[in-house]
Write a protein of this length. Sequence first.
Length: 300
Amino acid sequence: MANGVSTQTEQLDRITNGKGFIAALDQSGGSTPKALGLYGVAETAYANDDEMFGEIHKMRTRIITSPAFAKEKVLGAILFEKTMDNVIDGTPVAQYLWDSCGVVPFLKVDKGLDAEANGVQVMKPMPDLDALLARAKDAGIFGTKMRSVIKEANVEGIKSVVAQQFEVGKQIAAAGLVPIIEPEVDIHSTTKGEAEVLLKGEILNQLNALEEGTKVALKLTIPTEAGIYDALADHPAVVRVVALSGGYSTADACEKLAQNSKMIASFSRALTEGLNVAMSEDEYNAALGANISKIYDASR
């Protein structure tokens, strides 16, 4: 499915101006067993990776097809590559999200993290990125997401993370997609607040250097100092600043996010908290709906 200009314009407007949040449904190979375990699917339920990904696809399909998962509160959803290549009710997932739910589809494109150096973990190389972006565009994907991690307030480390994120971000933008740039600051860092001040400065430098017309989104840890990222949200190159839950409980993440009026949520674990494979449809939809409402309210 090719993504037409009118659709892209409508999706850009949704992400830039819409009320709601972006659901993160992009657990990859390493985090899948934990996500399934929390959902009540034990590792004994699958014998290999293919079966494991089959189980996580069932879990994601149940979320996406729930009446609680609707455009009134969910603006977008970030998918794992295998999810993009899969179908729901015979329809490719990205197309199903937009056509049936009114939810803008994004794709996780990074291949994981390199070993820690200078207090950070940059992304592993992505030699096949251009081919993946072309497939994503054909599948009707609007934007992408890629994650690095900052563990401490190290000037050189933070500079390297942000430079890499924007270098790859420009490659993604050139392919006609909107990159979500995600330099996560570890919530357990003893220098979290200091790291966020450095991070803000580096991101502003990179934003100011972008060619006019280039658009990016930012996905950042909920900051120690409320409102510190407001200047980033106001930058003409930024379509939205979204927050990751970073390991906070749903209640904590929502409480902290509500103090940042120019950020909306892009939560993963908080979205699925309390959901279980054994729930009846009514129980499941009520639990998911309650999570979605909490996250939506914190994003307003």
